[in-house]
Design a protein around this ligand. Structure first.
Ligand SMILES: Nc1nc2c(c(=O)[nH]1)N[C@H]1C(S)=C(S)[C@@H](COP(=O)(O)OP(=O)(O)OC[C@H]3O[C@@H](n4cnc5c(N)ncnc54)[C@H](O)[C@@H]3O)O[C@H]1N2
Ligand code: MOO
Length: 420
């Protein structure tokens, strides 16, 4: 307990603490309306319930003949029964008044999706019927077995009764949710406003695409990864060009970025070298630290600072550490800022298929492949998993946690993992 307090005083957080503190800092978004199709990827700002039962009317689930089941009793190959087809109902027509005063043994020709008249309680598929006179639709057909009550009929509300929960406030609207809302004719959806995020890459060595690569320099990849990932989640992202390793300049950029965005995410300059200025720049803006070290690898120097309701997350420059910080800390913040109720990462359990012989005082997040097996998820650590490598996270389906201490983890060990 004392240890925990001392750790927190020094600005050191566990991944779980850092995730929670950041998530709870996220500014909850306002609401707006979006046309149904444009609500894709946004979080619902209201709870939606079904305003009517679905299907809204009794309908045929197969192409065939709607009948009154009792009329078909006794039909057999030795004693086939005749049914008189007196009318036809196509999908889209109203069943009102159809077969209202029909004689016994009358059937209505129906198709998948057609309404079924109130006086019919089963549908016989057309393959089980032989036409003996007249046209398809009006005429006489023969059956050689009785219908079963309710067969091939969907009753109103069978799919979703009236007042069913469709989409809960705070859930992400994906294609499935859109389909459900569209089924009830919702034209406009209340969604949370998109949060704005500014991405600022830091480092004298960083070069933008299209520029010649001078000796000792590298192309900036982190800011593109961050921009793409946060935009994919639904944020409005403004990616700034790389900033030199200069605390005043970085502070000015952060200050300006906070005019338009609640969250600034930097990459690089987060460590302890003479030219690592992210933390000093944050302090120059008047922000105070939320944490300045996270018990994780890669990404140990990941830090966060706050000023009023503005937040800065300073990620490591090492691409793989930057990626881990994005997945473990930036995404949870953003989920909450997007209005999602469930903002924390959800971990699953699996078994390591090979050992990871890398001793580490902190939990190590290793990129892995994940496969389903008879005894649950198998986690296969991927090779070349170094903090400074860009390819280290390509092809990974999971980040698995090798617990702190010891000599790493052995094959067969149970680990927690996060789907990427
Ligand atoms: N003496 C110590 N040195 C280091 C420590 C430490 O505790 N003591 N921590 C190490 C750890 S752990 C990490 S992680 C890195 C973090 O460094 P920074 O966040 O300060 O990042 P930089 O030094 O700016 O860059 C690291 C590396 O990544 C490249 N980089 C930077 N930005 C980008 C970008 N936008 N796109 C692609 N690549 C980028 C940069 O060129 C460097 O190679 O510090 C260790 N050092
Ligand atoms: O923690 Mo650093 O992120 O090892 O590479």
């Amino acid at each position: 307990m004392i240890e925990t307090r001392a750790r927190k005083r020094e600005g050191v957080a566990t991944v779980e603490e850092a995730e929670e503190w950041l998530g709870l800092r996220a500014v909850l978004p306002g609401k707006e309306e979006a046309e149904l199709a444009s609500a894709l990827g946004r979080a619902a700002a209201e709870t939606y319930v079904s305003p009517f039962p679905l299907p809204p009317f009794r309908r045929a689930a197969m192409d065939g003949y709607a009948v009154c089941t009792a009329d078909t009793e006794g039909a057999s190959p030795d004693h086939p029964l005749l049914l008189f087809v007196e009318s036809e109902l196509k999908a889209g027509q109203s069943a009102e008044g159809v077969r209202a005063d029909a004689s016994e043994r009358s059937a209505v020709r129906v198709f998948t999706g057609s309404p079924v008249p109130a006086s019919c309680d089963s549908v016989i598929i057309q393959e089980r019927v032989r036409r003996v006179a007249g046209e398809d639709g009006i005429g006489v057909v023969q059956i050689d077995r009785p219908a079963e009550l309710g067969q091939h009929i969907a009753e109103p509300g069978e799919d979703l009764p009236e007042c069913s929960l469709l989409v809960k406030q705070g859930t992400r609207i994906g294609a499935k949710e859109l389909a459900i809302l569209a089924s009830f004719g919702f034209e406009r959806i209340a969604v949370y406003k998109k949060p704005s995020v500014v991405v600022l890459p830091i480092g004298d060595e960083l070069t933008l695409p299209g520029q010649p690569l001078l000796p000792g320099r590298i192309y900036d990849s982190n800011s593109f990864m961050l921009e793409a990932s946060l935009r994919e989640m639904g944020a409005v992202v403004h990616r700034l060009p790389p900033c030199a390793d200069n605390a005043e300049e970085i502070a000015a950029r952060i200050d300006q970025a906070w005019d338009a965005a609640d969250l600034v995410v930097t990459s690089g300059g987060a460590s302890v070298g003479r030219y690592d200025c992210a933390k000093s720049a944050a302090e120059l803006t008047g922000a105070v630290p939320l944490f300045t070290k996270v018990l994780m690898r890669p990404g140990t120097p990941t830090s966060a600072f706050v000023r009023g309701n503005k937040t800065l997350i300073a990620l490591s420059g090492n691409p793989s550490a930057c990626f881990a910080g994005l997945e473990l800390l930036v995404k949870p913040y953003l989920r909450r800022a997007l209005g999602r109720e469930q903002f924390r990462n959800e971990w699953e359990e699996g078994t390591l298929s090979a050992g990871v012989a890398k001793p580490c005082p902190y939990p190590r997040f290793i990129r892995s492949r994940v496969r389903a097996s008879a005894d649950g998820w198998r986690i296969e650590p991927l090779p070349n998993d170094r903090s400074g490598n860009v390819a280290a996270f390509a092809g990974a389906g999971a980040l698995a946690i090798v617990p702190a201490g010891g000599q790493g983890a052995g094959a067969g060990q149970r680990v927690r993992w996060l789907r990427l």
